[in-house]
Design a protein around this ligand. Structure first.
Ligand code: NAD
Ligand code: DAU
Length: 350
C-alpha cells in the first residue's frame, strides 16, 4: 500500500513498483488534494496489479478496511502536506495530515497485523528538513542518521513529529518500521508550487521568477527516479527500526538553480541566450528560511549499494524537456486552488 501515490514522488514510486513487481498487488491510497492528480498515473491505471483507493489517511476506519480487504503486508507512507510555504500560512493542516495521518496508519497497521509482524514493513518517507539547517560556510558538515532533530518550519516540525511517532511504535509495540530522510527531489510531475517547476512554468509565460531573499540558500538536489529506487531498496532490505538518509550529493544555491533553468529552458524554447534573465525577481525571504541542507548518504551506499545515477545537468535537462512536452498537464494544474494560492503568496497572478 502506497499512500500519496497520486502526488509527485508517490506516482514515480507506484510506477516503479507496478512495473518491477508484477506479482505484487500495489494499492495506491490518496485523498486527491490539490497536489494529487490521477493523470500522473495514467500509464499504470489499467495494470492488473494496480488498485486505486480514494481515501484520507486520517480516516482510521478507511485505513483499516483497505488494509484488511487487500491483505496489505507492507506500507510506504508518502501522503502529506509537503509545501513549506503553505505550512507557514496554514500550519494546522500540516498537523492534521502529517501527524494525525501517520498515527491513523500506524494504529491501523498495529491492529490489522495484530503482532504477526513477520514479513511486514512500514516505511515512513520523511525529509532532511527534520534536521534543521546547516551553515553555508561549513561544507564539511552534512546531515546523517545520527544528526539530532531540530526542525524550524511547521512543515518540518510536523514531519519530525511523525518520525517520532513511527519510532515510538517500533520501540513500544515492535511494529517493523523504517524511516527515510531525503533531500530535495526534482523531476516530472512535481507540482509547480515548488521552485524548479514553478520557474520553468513562469519562464514559459514570461512571468517574474521569484527568488527568496538573496537566493543564497543551498539545497541538495536528487532526481526523483533515484529517490524511488532508494525507497524500493530500503523497503525490501532495511532492518526494522533503522533509518536511512538519502541525498544527491549535489548542493546548489537557489540563484544558481534559477540561472541553470533559464539557460536550459531558453535553449529548448529557441530563445536567445540569457533571454529570460531579466525575469529574476528578488522577493521577501521565507520566514525561518533554512540556510543549507546537505545529506551524507554513505550508510545507504554502503549497506544497500545505492547511489544516484542521474547527474544534475542530465536530470535538469530531462525535467525541463518533460514540462515543455507536457504543457497541458501544467495548464490544467495551474488553475483553481493553485491560482488562488499563487495570488495570496506572491501578490500577483501566475
Ligand atoms: P506531493 O505534495 O506532490 O504529494 C502528496 C500526495 O499526498 C498528494 O497526492 C495528495 O493528494 C496526497 N495527500 C495529501 N493529504 C492526504 C491525506 N490526508 N490522505 C491521503 N492522501 C493525501 O508531495 P511529494 O513532494 O510527492 O512528497 C511525498 C512525500 O515525500 C511527503 O511525505 C514529503 O514530506 C516527502 N518528501 C518530499 C521531498 C520533495 O523534495 N518533494 C523530499 C523528501 C521527502
Ligand atoms: O529538503 C526536502 C524538502 O524539499 C521536502 O521535504 C519538501 O516537501 C519539498 O517541498 C522541498 O522543500 P523546500 O522548501 O526546500 O523546496 P521549495 O521548492 O519550496 O524551495 C526550494 C528553495 O527555493 C528554498 O530555499 C526556497 C526557495 N524558493 C522557493 C520558491 C517556491 C524561492 O527562492 N522561490 C520560490 O518561489
Amino acid at each position: 500500500m502506497i499512500t500519496g501515490g497520486a502526488g509527485f514522488i508517490g506516482s514515480h514510486l507506484v510506477r516503479l513498483m507496478v512495473n518491477k513487481y508484477p506479482e505484487y498487488k500495489i494499492v495506491c491510497v490518496d485523498a486527491l488534494t490539490y497536489a494529487g492528480n490521477l493523470e500522473n498515473l495514467r500509464d499504470v491505471e489499467s495494470a492488473p496489479n494496480y488498485v486505486f483507493e480514494h481515501a484520507d489517511v486520517c480516516d482510521f476506519g478507511a485505513m483499516e478496511r483497505i488494509m484488511r480487504s487487500h491483505a496489505v503486508d507492507g506500507i510506504i507512507h508518502l501522503a502529506a502536506e509537503s509545501h513549506v510555504d503553505r505550512s507557514i500560512s496554514d500550519p494546522l493542516a500540516f498537523v492534521r495530515t502529517n501527524v494525525e495521518g501517520v498515527m491513523s496508519l500506524l494504529q491501523a497497521a498495529r491492529r490489522v497485523w495484530n503482532g504477526a509482524f513477520d514479513g511486514k514493513r512500514f516505511l515512513n518517507v520523511s525529509t532532511d528538513e527534520v534536521f534543521g539547517a546547516l551553515p553555508a560556510d561549513r561544507p564539511d558538515l552534512k546531515f546523517s542518521e545520527s544528526t539530532p532533530y531540530a526542525p524550524h518550519s511547521p512543515y518540518s516540525a510536523s514531519k519530525a513529529s511523525a518520525d517520532h511517532f513511527v519510532r515510538s511504535f517500533f520501540d513500544t509495540y515492535g511494529l517493523p518500521t523504517v524511516i527515510s530522510n531525503c533531500s530535495n527531489n526534482y523531476g516530472p510531475y512535481q507540482f509547480p508550487e515548488k521552485l524548479i517547476p514553478l520557474v520553468i512554468n513562469n519562464i514559459r509565460h514570461g512571468k517574474p521568477l521569484p527568488v527568496y531573499g538573496e537566493g543564497l540558500n543551498v539545497r541538495d538536489w536528487l532526481y526523483v527516479g533515484d529517490h524511488v529506487r532508494a525507497l524500493d531498496l530500503i523497503f525490501h532490505q532495511a532492518d526494522p527500526g533503522s533509518t536511512y538518509c538519502i541525498g544527491g550529493d549535489c548542493e546548489r544555491r537557489n540563484i544558481d538553480i534559477v540561472r541553470s533553468l533559464i539557460a536550459v529552458t531558453d535553449r529548448l524554447l529557441g530563445n536567445s541566450e540569457g533571454h529570460s534573465l531579466p525575469l529574476i525577481t528578488y522577493v521577501a525571504d521565507r520566514a525561518g528560511h533554512d540556510m543549507r541542507y546537505a545529506i551524507d548518504s554513505s550508510k545507504l551506499q554502503h549497506d544497500l549499494g545505492w547511489k544516484p545515477v542521474v547527474g544534475f545537468e542530465d536530470g535538469l535537462e530531462r525535467t525541463v524537456r518533460w514540462y515543455l512536452d507536457n504543457q497541458q498537464w501544467l495548464d490544467r494544474i495551474t488553475s483553481g486552488d493553485y491560482r488562488e494560492y499563487y495570488r495570496r503568496h506572491y501578490g500577483s497572478d501566475c
